[in-house]
Structure formats: C-alpha cells, structure tokens
Design a protein around this ligand. Sequence first.
Ligand SMILES: NC(=O)c1ccc[n+]([C@@H]2O[C@H](COP(=O)([O-])OP(=O)(O)OC[C@H]3O[C@@H](n4cnc5c(N)ncnc54)[C@H](OP(=O)(O)O)[C@@H]3O)[C@@H](O)[C@H]2O)c1
Length: 329
Amino acid sequence: MPSFGDFVHTQFFLKIPTPTASFGSKTIIITGASGGLGKEAAKHIVRLGASSVILGCRSLSRGNATKREIEARLRCSPSILQVWELDIESPTSVKRFVDRANALPRLDVLINNAGLQSQKFTVVYNTERTIAVNVIGTFLLALQLLPKLRETARNYRTTPHLTFVGSALYDVARWPNHPGEDIFAWFEDKAHFSAINQYNLSKLLQMYAVIQLSTIVDPVGSTANPNPIVINSLDPCFCKTGLPGNDLSIPLKVALRVFELTARSAEEGASLVVQTASAGRETHGLYMRAGKVRKYDPIVQDAKKAAYIWELLCKKLEGLQPGILQNLR
Ligand SMILES: NC(=O)c1ccc[n+]([C@@H]2O[C@H](COP(=O)([O-])OP(=O)(O)OC[C@H]3O[C@@H](n4cnc5c(N)ncnc54)[C@H](OP(=O)(O)O)[C@@H]3O)[C@@H](O)[C@H]2O)c1
C-alpha cells in the first residue's frame, strides 16, 4: 500500500500526461473493455492511430454500446474497433477468443485489464472467484496468446507488449497462515473468504506470476531472441470505475462515496495503462505506478512464495487447457 504521502501525491498532485506513443499499424486487444479503464484505454489507443482495437467483453451488447460511443466521440472508422465475446471464467470462451486472435495478421499488445472484486463468495476454477478471474483466467488467456505476440515480434520486427493491470494494494494482501499445498484449493472453502483480502491477494498472486513469466519469456540480459517482447504490469491509481460492483453493504457504499472524492477519472488511470503498454524493454518484468517503474515490495521478492504460486498456477492452467505450457518454450 502506498504511504499516505504517496497516495495524496498520486491522487491529487501527480500530473498524468495524456499518452503520445504511436500505435500506428498495430493491433491491440483489451480485455474487460466495455467500461472503466478498459474503455478509456481503448479511446486513447484509437486516438493514437491503432489499425485495429479488439474489445474483449463479457457482454456483446455492452461492448457494442462502447464501440458506438468511442466511434461517435472520436469519429473514427467503424473498421478499427471490434467487439469479441470473452468471459475469462470460461475456458471455452477463452479458447474461442484465442482461436479468433490467432487468425489475425498480427497482435502487438494484449492488455490484461479484466478484473473484479467480488463481494460474495463463489467458486470458479475450483477456487474463489476473484482469484479465479484476476489470476487463473487472466493467465489462461495470456499464455495462449503468447505465441501470437512472439510471432508478431518476429514477422514485423517489433516489440509487442503483454501488460497486466495490477494494483498497489498487492502489498497489503494477507497471506493465509496455513494455505496448505494448494492455496487455490484452500480458497474453495467459504470459511477462508474475506472480500477485501481476496482482491489484494489476487493482485499479489498476479504479480508473482508476471515476474515468473518474464523470467521465462525473453528474460532480461538474454540475447537468445533478437525480437523480445515486453511483459510488465502497473497500478493505475485509484480511479472511479465499476470495480467495487453493486453488492456492497450500505455502510460500505457510503464509505466508498466518500473515498471516491479522492479518485482519479478512468481516463487518467487509462493513460497510465496505455503508457505501460507502450513502455520500453527496460520495463520487462517490472511494475509501474504513477508513470514510473517502482521497486517491488519485500513480499513480492519472496522467491519461495513466487515459485509455489507459479507451480500451482501452471498445473491449473495445464488442467484447463492441456498443452498450454508448451507456449512457454
Ligand atoms: N479502479 C481502480 O481504482 C483500480 C485500481 C487498481 C487496479 N484496477 C484494476 O483495473 C482493472 C480494470 O478495472 P476497472 O477499475 O476499470 O473496473 P470495471 O469498470 O469494473 O472494469 C472491469 C472490467 O473487467 C470485466 N470483467 C470482469 N470479470 C470478467 C470476466 N469473467 N471475463 C471478462 N471480463 C470480465 C468487466 O466486465 P463487465 O462489464 O461484464 O462486468 C469490466 O469490463 C482491473 O483489473 C482492476 O483490478 C483498478
């Protein structure tokens, strides 16, 4: 969690520049793009000249409404934005999405933005839903699109981006005392559910996985691949979006309304997303906050926990989509 001073700075004083990097001739996928940060990121990227922007949305009707809104606002060609159905809680939906993406001529950027903060206990992928979506489903998609990003790097001699929208709350995550051999299975038990901690922990687990992935794929210092990709993550600041959901208790709703007085707009948060999704190779494996690479907190540098999560995640992903780990080679 950022210190109070850091929070005040990023929420009130930090000047967030509108992104300017060109996305000319590029193809970009943004997940969870029907609202919030995803929608605003799509606006920036269309404005920055992308050839094709694919909005991965759970609801096609909400996605199409977003497409129409962006087209009306930016007066862009209707051929730039496409809305594809994507529910990262469903391996079938993810696979269908991946098959479509594999048929694209190129894929330059995958922004893993879809996420949630569930207030109610539900089980998905044999674990609690927030963790299922923010970690398992997110990597189920990312690992299946890795070959397409690498192919684009080779064929177009470019530097594709695999960017994860994380959260600064990762460092207040409470690691369970005895999660046993499988932390995902441990969270199948409702007694272990704590709405606030699930979200923070999901972002910590996501971060472990981003770091592990970036040490396997085009690691820093390796010259084996002349066209490496960038894998990075960020915190977009606290922004007013749909993230808290509609299931909050009345006291929490009131507290949120007050806290939202400190929130940035989704457009500002999305500027940081887009900045990270166009940052250089020097950000590979790293985490950005407020426009700068930030040092990882000590909990993220816990190699034992990171290896434990990565091993479990790989096992889960292989179970959901056999053969997926071959994409890491
Ligand atoms: N807002 C903040 O202050 C903040 C701070 C730090 C990090 N973040 C992160 O930023 C990302 C975007 O969140 P947001 O703030 O823009 O919230 P949001 O408005 O709720 O957007 C989240 C998006 O994720 C989608 N999504 C949720 N579950 C999904 C699933 N199973 N399959 C596909 N899409 C799914 C949602 O789709 P539906 O529209 O269908 O629900 C929605 O479009 C999240 O990863 C969040 O953790 C946000």
